[in-house]
Ligand binder design. Sequence first.
Ligand SMILES: Cc1cc2nc3c(=O)[nH]c(=O)nc-3n(C[C@H](O)[C@H](O)[C@H](O)COP(=O)(O)OP(=O)(O)OC[C@H]3O[C@@H](n4cnc5c(N)ncnc54)[C@H](O)[C@@H]3O)c2cc1C
Length: 423
Amino acid sequence: MALSQSFEITVVGGGLGGLTAALSLRQQGLRVTVLEQAPQLGEVGAGIQTAPNASRILLGLGLRRQLEAIRTEPLDQVRRRWQDGSIIGLTPLGRHVKDAFNAPYWHYHRADLHRVILDACTDPAGPGPAVTIRTGSRVTALDRSDPRRPVAVTEDGTRYAADALIGADGVRSQVRDLMGAEDTLVFSGDMAFRALIPGELLRADPATRFLFDRFQSTIWYGPGRHLVHYLIRGGEYLNVVGCVPCTDEVAEQWTTTASAGQLVDAYDGWDDRVSAMLAKAKDDVTCFALYHRRPDPGWVDGRVALLGDACHAMLPYQAQGASQAMEDAAVLAEELGAVTAGGIEDALQRYVHRRAKHAAMVQQASLRNRTFYRYPDGSEQRARDAALAQSFDGESDVSYDWLWSGTPLDGADGESFAYRHHR
Ligand SMILES: Cc1cc2nc3c(=O)[nH]c(=O)nc-3n(C[C@H](O)[C@H](O)[C@H](O)COP(=O)(O)OP(=O)(O)OC[C@H]3O[C@@H](n4cnc5c(N)ncnc54)[C@H](O)[C@@H]3O)c2cc1C
């Protein structure tokens, strides 16, 4: 229940985590300013999946109509074998997950999802005070001389004081460093190729037309590397994420671009459909080194707390990084929405208590998939494939049942959560 006394919160970072937090806090009646370093808000040109644990939160924020306009719904999650594309395991999605988890499994273009959440943050007619967004505002210092009013200081010296400050500034979080949290960054040894392949090219080729027979979320398991793809914008693009050992060049530069040829070469010897698919990428493939954070519950210090990749960056091997940030946002807003300014420190402690262990389990499960997806052909691979053929409730130590149920929220059973906030 939102209390009548409102207070102010600064959110540093306008990514999917920061904006979901800003919207959730707004709907609790809190006044939020988002400081984003980029000159314009937006997301990279790539896809994103939200499993039911994240979709439930977005629907709970009253976004059903807007999300239905941008989402693509896969009917199954399918695992294929690298050499011949044979199906190792299949989990039904579509109606099945809606019935089982009361929320859908959806795919989007990241820019579309980001825009929907941003619009809801700033919509003057939305519930709660509209969020103030300041772009071109890179936070470079914190002034905590008054611990009850942490101040974010931007590059140009502008000071933003508030009753609480949330660092949602991504894997290389500056707020994290400024608040003195431990350095937990780990280089995985992997890199990801990312590409959006035009659907019309894939439809036109008999070798790749199968992708449109039934919309699926697909992972190809192979020795030492794996490949993920799914359709977005109703089939306008195939979003491809290829995860392979990192080259020295990418390790050094963090991010660079590659050609379609380099992407094809990374899957040399795989099923012919893989090269037929990847060869249709344009020469604007991006690739970047994959870092994650060692689990660590040091997410809060007084009235400064972290959220999303800033505290639990994970390998994208459960497709859960942004989804976990959305769970953070929902819990944070529940806790802060239930107190007056005097209760902020305790509310932030409760937020971390409810979220840190859960997120750590997802971090570890994501790391575990790095091995699980990529066994060389042999006894471990055969045992994995045999087990997955029998039942498919997750790939690692955490079950989909646990993962997709998400962190318990007060009355957060999808629609009813939304109604509670919108009446
Ligand atoms: C290949 C790949 C595929 C993925 N697929 C999925 C998926 O399908 N589903 C899913 O849930 N997750 C997925 N993820 C993970 C997901 O992308 C991230 O976990 C998520 O975007 C993190 O959101 P965030 O808001 O915490 O951080 P970010 O998105 O990194 O946002 C941080 C923001 O803070 C800003 N910022 C940084 N420093 C400052 C500063 N000093 N001052 C002001 N602003 C600052 C940045 O400009 C940025 O806008 C994937 C990740 C990868 C790499």
